[in-house]
Design a protein around this ligand. Structure first.
Ligand code: BGC
Length: 369
């Protein structure tokens, strides 16, 4: 891609102010080492998640912020190089048939300087490591000078970790349900492995294991991740979750026109959409509002399946959630469980605002590749 072309210039007028504001926010809130806090100003989110960060970097790269995306990917690769001994320990324990403690696994989030933040967060969630590989490859294919060998050590560590843990139970995109195997997580793992294979830097010994893992993830999704013709939140479950929109529209793990995907999107539209998109029907986090990142994800599905009008409607809704300073929230009313809101307000104060993932997702939605 020609770095002198600003991808935001091609946007319709009504989307450009938020896109430009989003790009400015990603620039100004990136730590000098490359990390992005999930939300500047919201104390529990002053850390860099592999999941949020990778989606933010994807938006940055889609918007032409190539140096910022490079810096983030460099940060991830350095974190993974430092974590290599921890990954080797987890691999060895599992090979010896010993069950690691949750604190033995890689965490979901780090301090901005890339060190572990020692607390009792709900840390064991592996999707972020697959999502990083997915976002890295997308970035490298956007910038023609991108060279995966720079990241080879980090890519190898992430793949070794996923081969060891990728189909185990762990927490989901929402850091919940530790004892389930989540369909969106399996899709993130498979997408990361597919991306790693295409980047072509894996040592031969790892290639066969990686391929087998990706096939197993897809086969688990298709066999145990289905109920009543649609995908479900976790293997053996019955309910949908809006994170399932990522399976095809983002991760390309199932085809967009697969009947399972079509039925899943229909079920989500029917049960979780009310202007914006709720995470899942029984969500109580901050009362269970509607999340701009999920409206963007649904818009992406519709853009890619040839329904630009529905996509535009959803993106207009996202814009309507921005405040007068064009900051996007994590979530907004209407709430599914308004009675629970006060509990969260007492615990942490108002919910995250701005959420950088919301801004990154909005930027990513401006390009469909
Ligand atoms: C969300 C996660 C997210 C984290 C930081 C949590 O409330 O459920 O998906 O990674 O916040 O934004």
């Amino acid at each position: 891609m020609d770095a002198s072309v600003n991808p935001l210039d091609a946007l319709p007028d009504r989307w450009r102010p938020l896109a430009e504001r989003s790009a400015e926010l990603l620039r100004s809130h990136q730590d000098q080492g490359g990390a992005w806090p999930a939300s500047p100003g919201f104390a529990p989110y002053q850390y860099c998640w592999f999941r949020d960060g990778s989606f933010i970097a994807d938006g940055a790269s889609a918007a032409g912020l190539y140096e910022e995306a490079d810096r983030f990917h460099g940060w991830c690769a350095r974190v993974l190089e430092r974590e290599r001994p921890a990954v080797e320990r987890v691999v060895a324990m599992l090979e010896e048939g010993r069950q690691p403690a949750d604190s033995d696994y890689l965490p979901a989030r780090y301090d901005l300087d890339g060190t572990r933040h020692e607390d009792d967060w709900w840390n064991f969630q592996v999707d972020g490591y697959g999502t990083w590989l997915w976002a890295l490859e997308r970035h490298l294919t956007r910038v023609s000078i991108g060279d995966p060998t720079t990241y080879a050590a980090g890519i190898e560590t992430a793949v070794r970790y996923l081969v060891a843990t990728g189909t185990d139970t762990c927490r989901d995109w929402w850091e919940e349900n530790r004892d389930q195997t989540h369909v969106a997580t399996l899709a993130g793992v498979a997408a990361g492995i597919h991306a790693a294979m295409r980047m072509g830097t894996l040592p031969d010994v790892l290639v066969a294991q990686a391929l087998a893992l990706a096939e197993r993830c897809v086969s688990l999704i298709r066999t145990e991740g289905v109920h009543d013709g649609h995908l479900v939140k976790w293997l053996g479950g019955t309910d949908v979750d809006a994170s399932l929109l990522a399976v095809a529209a983002l991760y390309d793990v199932l085809p967009l026109d697969d009947p399972l995907v079509t039925a899943t999107v229909a079920a989500i539209e029917l049960t979780l959409v009310d202007g914006g998109v709720h995470r899942y029907a029984t969500d109580t986090f901050y009362g269970g509002g509607q999340w701009p990142i999920l409206a963007v994800l649904l818009a992406r599905h519709h853009t890619r399946t040839g329904n630009p009008d529905r996509a535009a409607e959803l993106l207009d809704w996202v814009i309507s959630t921005a405040d007068s300073d064009l900051l996007l929230p994590e979530q907004v009313s209407p709430l599914l469980a308004p009675d629970v809101l006060d509990e969260w307000l007492d615990r942490w104060g108002p919910s995250a605002h701005p959420l950088l993932w919301s801004h990154g997702a909005f930027l990513a939605s401006m390009s469909t590749h």
